[in-house]
Design a protein around this ligand. Structure first.
Ligand SMILES: [Zn+2]
Ligand SMILES: [Zn+2]
Ligand SMILES: [Zn+2]
Length: 309
C-alpha cells in the first residue's frame, strides 16, 4: 500500500523517449513520462534546450546528505488520517486541510516559513492520509511556453485554488563549494537556477540547502521571477532531511496565467535578512520583466553565493 504512493513516478533513468510521448499525446512531454502528468511544451514543435529531467532531487557534488535516502522514522498511526497530538509527524498542527490546501500560507509579518513534515514511506497510516500531498506529485497540468521577453516560462491550462501544491523545484543538491564554483563560471548572460535555502533550526543553527536544476531538474526550472508572484516556496520534508522545495498557489490561479515566484524569497523570507541586505554586484544584475505594479526593475541576485561567509 505504501509503496504505491511513491511508485506513481517512473524510477530515475527510465524515461519514455520524446518520440514515444509525442506520438501518444500529440505534444512534447518535457517530463518524458517521469511525472504523473505530462508537462507539455508550447508552441508545438518548440523544444527547450535539452536537460536531464528528474521529478525528485538527486545527489550532486559536495552534498552532505543523499536526498534519496530515507532518514526519518515513520509514525505509528493506524487511523485513516493522521491527527495532531497523537501523530509524531504532526508535532504542532495539521499541515493541510481536507482539500489538500496548505493551511499556513504564511503572513508578511512572519519571519520564516514553518517547516512541513509529511507522512513518509515508513509511516503506518494509509496512502489517503491528509498529511501526504507533495509526495503525490503533479495534480494540475503544466505547460512550458515561450514568453515574449523572458525566454521560457511555465503556465497552467487549469484553475488552481489558493493553497494547492503546484510543483517542486527539484534538481541537484550541492555542497557550498560546488555552488561557488558553478556561480563563478557563470557569465552575465547565463540564467542562474541555483537556489539557496537557509532555515533557522534550534539554537541559532542554520541549515543550508543548495539546489541547482540547470543540468538535472524538473519543470520548476522554467518558472520566472515576479515581484508579485502567484506561487510561494515552502520546504517540505518527506523521507529525507533534505527538504523538497514545494511551490504552492499563493492565490487562486486562472487558466493560462504564468506561474512565478519571488527568487529573492522576499515573499516568504526564506533567505536570512543578512543575505538580502548584502550589497548587490551591479554588473551581474538583470532587468525584471514581470510587469507587476510593485516591480523592483531588477531580478534579485543572491550575492551570498559568491562571497564566502
Ligand atoms: Zn499519516
Ligand atoms: Zn501519523
Ligand atoms: Zn506519519
Amino acid at each position: 500500500v505504501f509503496a504505491e504512493v511513491v511508485a506513481k513516478k517512473r524510477p530515475f533513468g527510465m524515461a519514455a523517449s520524446e518520440e514515444e510521448t509525442e506520438a501518444l499525446t500529440g505534444l512534447l512531454d518535457v517530463a518524458r513520462g517521469l511525472e504523473n502528468l505530462p508537462v507539455s511544451a508550447w508552441p508545438p514543435g518548440a523544444r527547450p534546450a535539452p536537460f536531464q529531467y528528474t521529478p525528485d532531487h538527486v545527489v550532486g557534488p559536495g552534498a552532505d546528505i543523499d536526498p534519496s535516502e530515507i532518514t526519518f522514522p515513520g509514525c505509528t498511526c493506524v487511523t485513516t488520517s493522521c491527527v495532531p497530538g497523537t501523530c509524531s509527524c504532526l508535532r504542532h498542527e495539521e499541515n493541510y486541510d481536507g482539500s489538500q490546501c496548505l493551511r499556513d500560507m504564511g503572513s508578511s509579518e512572519a519571519t520564516y516559513a514553518r517547516p512541513v513534515f509529511e507522512c513518509n514511506i515508513l509511516c503506518q497510516c494509509g496512502e489517503h492520509c491528509r498529511n501526504r500531498v507533495v509526495q503525490r506529485g503533479l495534480q494540475f497540468h503544466l505547460q512550458v511556453f515561450k514568453t515574449e521577453k523572458k525566454g521560457w516560462g511555465l503556465r497552467t491550462p487549469e484553475f488552481i485554488p489558493k493553497g494547492r501544491f503546484v510543483c517542486e523545484y527539484a534538481g541537484e543538491v550541492l555542497g557550498f563549494s560546488e555552488v561557488q564554483r558553478r556561480v563563478h563560471l557563470q557569465t552575465a548572460q547565463d540564467s542562474n537556477y541555483i537556489i539557496a535555502i537557509r532555515e533557522h533550526v534550534c539554537d541559532g543553527q542554520v541549515m543550508e540547502t543548495f539546489v541547482d536544476p540547470t543540468y538535472v531538474g524538473n519543470a520548476g526550472r522554467f518558472l520566472n521571477h515576479s515581484c508579485e508572484p502567484n506561487l510561494l516556496m515552502i520546504p517540505v520534508r518527506i523521507d529525507s532531511m533534505v527538504p523538497k522545495l514545494a511551490l504552492f498557489a499563493a492565490k487562486d490561479i486562472w487558466p493560462g496565467e504564468e506561474l512565478s515566484y519571488d527568487y529573492s524569497g522576499r515573499f516568504l523570507n526564506l533567505m536570512d535578512r543578512e543575505a538580502k541586505e548584502r550589497p548587490h554586484d551591479e554588473k551581474l544584475r538583470k532587468p525584471c520583466h514581470c510587469g507587476a505594479k510593485s516591480c523592483l526593475a531588477f531580478l534579485p541576485y543572491d550575492s551570498s553565493c559568491t562571497v564566502p561567509w
